[in-house]
Write a protein that binds this ligand. Structure first.
Ligand SMILES: Cc1cc2nc3c(=O)[nH]c(=O)nc-3n(C[C@H](O)[C@H](O)[C@H](O)COP(=O)(O)OP(=O)(O)OC[C@H]3O[C@@H](n4cnc5c(N)ncnc54)[C@H](O)[C@@H]3O)c2cc1C
Length: 378
């Protein structure tokens, strides 16, 4: 735990804290991003360095309340047990204790950070209570991801529920047995939720669903003139959703016709391989009673992908609603996925029939051509 030398509350959400951390101060740079456990509740939070004093061995960090907060681990003395996650992210391998890291939670953020540490030479073990990684991501994509990650210093303990974190190990349950995993540091990534406590919403009478502010398709709450955009409404918890929600809300204020669509928001896992998805999977579509058909192709169908990748098991899956005769989902794993997913977003958004989409001309050679080829598989 770091000793707080000085604390200056700038406003209800932003506090400057000078903390004693000589190792960090030695290499600190303003604007640098670090993760430390500093607050009274023992929470480990991402922080930005505002200033440093190398002689005094202190750094001044910006401590900020954010729109979403991290889910707490479900056991009583969480803060007490957690190891400090010491050191600037950029110098992970130089920092003592980071030779072996346990990442609790194999969701998108957990995987991205686990991948980062693995690339920095740290042995990473992801402990996930579900039988698969990456939440709702297509199970076949998850299989490709896991196989690739395993080749890169990453190991996985699936179906394992963390019970507690002690001084130097994570205690988890596997097949009913209590197990111990020894490590130098723990990164908790067990999900995020809206951070609305203490805003006084109840005084205004703003309707909430748990911590999430309830909004309609114009981002209006139940109280006239009060809008809620971004993580606080709990709908998507992505930066690009928040941008669009802001536009919709402002348009509503100005009387411009506009509304939010949540069914065509792309999501990406920024690792190598990269994953990009938008819309329905076969499973989610069927759960909604849609009749769907799937088209699947290896990314290797795109000449450009072949030229720029050494093999790779990347693939694309398109999901078509056969009753409405339009594309409703696209799921990809492989290089460029995040760059080309917008093509699928536009196809879904416009609702054009596959026969019309087949007539679109793609530049050749591009990796995006694989989307066009996949339409021909349906
Ligand atoms: C590790 C990580 C990786 C992520 N990666 C991605 C990604 O790759 N792509 C992506 O799209 N999204 C990503 N996200 C999610 C993304 O950061 C959020 O969805 C986005 O920041 C939400 O924007 P927001 O404005 O709702 O909330 P925030 O960005 O959290 O902003 C909320 C702001 O409100 C201020 N505030 C809070 N309470 C008050 C108050 N009472 N008065 C005044 N101000 C207040 C806070 O100080 C803060 O500045 C990631 C999140 C995490 C944690």
């Amino acid at each position: 735990m770091y000793r707080i030398v000085k604390k200056r509350v700038l406003n209800p959400t932003v506090t400057l804290m000078e903390i004693e951390a000589p190792a960090v101060a030695r290499k600190a740079e303003p604007g640098q991003f670090i993760i430390l456990r500093v607050d009274e509740n023992g929470e480990r939070v991402p922080l930005t360095i505002a200033a440093y004093d190398r002689e005094k061995g202190t750094v001044t960090i910006i401590f900020q309340i954010v729109g979403a907060t991290t889910e707490k681990l479900n056991h009583k003395e969480e803060g007490e047990y957690l190891q400090d996650f010491v050191g600037p992210l950029g110098r992970a391998t130089e920092t003592e204790g980071l030779k072996r890291v346990a990442v609790i939670g194999g969701g998108v953020v957990g995987l991205e950070l686990a991948y980062y540490f693995a690339m920095a030479g740290v042995k990473v073990t992801v402990i996930e209570m579900l039988p698969k990684l990456a939440g709702n991501t297509d199970p076949e994509i998850c299989k490709v991801l896991m196989d690739d990650y395993k080749k890169r210093n990453m190991t996985f303990k699936l179906d394992c529920k963390v019970l507690e974190v002690t001084g130097d190990s994570v205690i988890y349950q596997e097949k009913g047995e209590r197990q111990e995993f020894k490590c130098g540091a723990v990164l908790v990534s067990t999900g995020r939720r809206p951070n609305t406590a203490g805003l006084g919403l109840e005084k205004l009478g703003v309707e909430t669903d748990g911590p999430a502010v309830v909004t309609d398709r114009h981002l209006c709450t139940n109280v006239a003139g009060v809008y809620a955009i971004g993580d606080c409404n709990g709908k998507s918890l992505l930066a690009h959703t928040a941008y669009r929600e802001a536009e919709v809300a402002v348009n509503h204020m100005l009387g411009v016709r506009d509304e939010m669509r949540y069914d065509v928001i792309p999501a990406v896992i920024y690792t190598d391989p990269e994953v990009a998805c938008v819309g329905e999977s076969v499973e989610s579509a069927q759960a909604k009673g849609l009749t769907v058909k799937e088209g699947k192709l290896p990314m290797l169908f795109a000449g450009r992908y072949v030229a720029e990748n050494r093999g790779g098991r990347g693939f694309i899956k398109l999901v078509v609603d056969t009753d409405r005769n339009c594309l409703v989902g696209c799921h990809m794993v492989g290089s460029y996925a995040s760059e080309i997913v917008m093509t699928a977003v536009m196809m879904i958004d416009t609702g054009l029939p596959p026969e019309r989409l087949k007539k679109l001309v793609f530049p050749h050679p591009t990796v995006a051509e694989v989307i066009r080829e996949a339409i021909f598989q349906i």
